[in-house]
Design a protein around this ligand. Structure first.
Ligand code: URA
Length: 445
């Protein structure tokens, strides 16, 4: 094929035919197109964009670049949720076992942290023995048996995205809506889902900083997901503030377990999951119940999800999923009982009394990354134990010297630096701030 002429066409703003897109994805995956030419094409797409037909062709060609998961016929619908990423976003962890308890099959193929945003696989790697890399046959087997699996993409699933993503990362072409749509949906469509819920975040710590950009991305993904036969909805959610009260890999696993233990009346309030986390878990579940026609109305579906979460069954399903994926449950429970697994814990105290009016997710995310909880380069080794917890959230009133948050660090020097930077993440005012909605809107077909 003459790939150079296709690059030139896109550079001039011309429309590529589906067959041309299919061919260059096939050739690039096979190693027949050099990275420098593909990077030039990605930059042309970044500036010129792709229309709907081109984006569809690119998404499907990427999906078909490798294996697609195949499941036996079963009355339990195949569903999943995908978040564009944020700070403290641990929704997938309690959500998968909750959905399995409500009669769904959940082949949740997840990713690692990107930039300052956390990754589900990195969080799960903090669980002793837990395996996130499973062959396709094992994924199918466990989904059929347990009802849910959370794992990484296999080597043979959507290889085109793996190669293209690495090039986008190195060529400044990540923030392109058609490229993001194709990257996310090619992977989700390879799971062979009946329904998909997308959590598209906007705000200081999100990929999309503005509501308008997040809405544009959500609309493009919803239209394409539905066109490809997967009932797809998206929620636009606020990521100016971290989700929940904990951020950092192991601390988020702990908060996820607290969310699954929501029905335990014996737990002190400080150990119950944050209400915004619970809200997103319940809302995602409720939409999937309606999308798959299991439940008629959103109100009834929310009630059903609440009752199931409070029953304690999803907490048991979580343990079943952990054991099925190789975790050492005894070591996990021992770790869970510790207040902190990091070497040093330090508290940031409020310098005055008042209402929290700001808690900046971006600053908190950057601090956690620099504590070692995220990656500065692709090969960085993560410290799973560091992070920030007991985060005071906007609208809450605090007395002078009360804790704004706690830092879990590898040593006292790093803890001190983190505390100084975290001071700038919080603002306190004498007036209670207006409540900011967590879910701004729902986009469906
Ligand atoms: N997540 C993905 O998988 N791909 C993107 O392009 C952006 C976020």
């Amino acid at each position: 094929m003459n790939f150079l002429s296709l690059i030139e066409s896109k550079r001039e703003g011309k429309i590529l035919a589906p067959e041309q897109i299919q061919e260059f994805i096939r050739e690039f995956t096979a190693g027949n197109i050099p990275d420098y030419q593909m990077a030039a094409m990605l930059m042309a797409i970044y500036f010129r964009g792709l229309n709907t037909a081109e984006t569809t062709a690119l998404t499907l060609a990427m999906r078909d670049s490798g294996d697609v998961l195949k499941f036996p016929r079963d009355p339990r619908p195949l569903v999943d949720k995908h978040s564009t990423g944020g700070i403290g976003d641990k929704v997938s962890l309690p959500l998968a076992p909750l959905l399995a308890c409500l009669g769904f099959r959940v082949p949740m193929i997840s990713g690692r942290g990107l930039g300052i945003t956390g990754g589900t696989l990195d969080k799960l790697d903090s669980i002793p023995g837990f395996q996130t890399l499973l062959p396709a046959a094992q994924i199918t087997k466990l989904v059929q048996r347990v009802g849910c699996v959370i794992c990484g993409q296999t080597d043979t699933m959507v290889p085109a995205d793996k190669k293209i993503y690495a090039l986008r990362d190195a060529s400044g072409t990540v923030p392109s809506i058609p490229l993001i749509v194709a990257s996310i949906l090619s992977k989700k469509l390879a799971e062979n889902l009946e329904a998909l819920m997308l959590d598209v975040k906007f705000g200081s710590a999100a990929f999309m900083q503005t509501k308008a950009d997040a809405r544009k991305l959500a609309k493009a993904m919803v239209a394409l997901g539905n066109q490809c036969g997967t009932n797809t909805r998206a929620m636009l959610t606020d990521m100016n503030t971290p989700l929940g009260r904990a951020a950092g890999n192991w601390l988020e696993v702990k908060e996820s377990v607290e969310c699954l233990e929501a029905g335990r009346a014996d737990l002190p309030v400080s150990q119950r999951a944050s209400s915004d986390l619970r809200e997103l878990v319940i809302d995602s579940t409720a939409h999937l119940l309606v999308q798959t026609h299991k439940t008629k109305s959103l109100a009834a579906a929310r009630k059903q999800a609440e009752e199931c979460l409070n029953s304690g069954q999803p907490r048991k399903k979580w343990d079943e999923m952990l054991v099925a994926q190789g975790a050492d449950l005894k070591a996990f429970n021992k770790k869970l009982a510790q207040d902190s697994t990091a070497k040093v814990v330090a508290e940031l105290k409020s310098e005055k009394a008042g209402f929290i009016s700001k808690c900046d997710a971006r600053i908190i995310g950057e601090v956690i990354r620099d504590l070692g909880g995220g990656r500065l380069t692709k090969d960085s080794k993560i410290n799973y134990d560091v992070g920030v917890d007991q985060i005071a959230k906007p609208g809450e009133r605090l007395e002078k010297s009360a804790a704004l948050c706690r830092v879990h660090a590898a040593d006292s020097v790093q803890a001190k630096t983190a505390i100084a930077r975290l001071k700038t993440a919080f603002e306190i005012s004498s007036k209670r701030p207006d409540k900011v909605p967590l879910v701004l809107e729902i986009i469906s077909r």
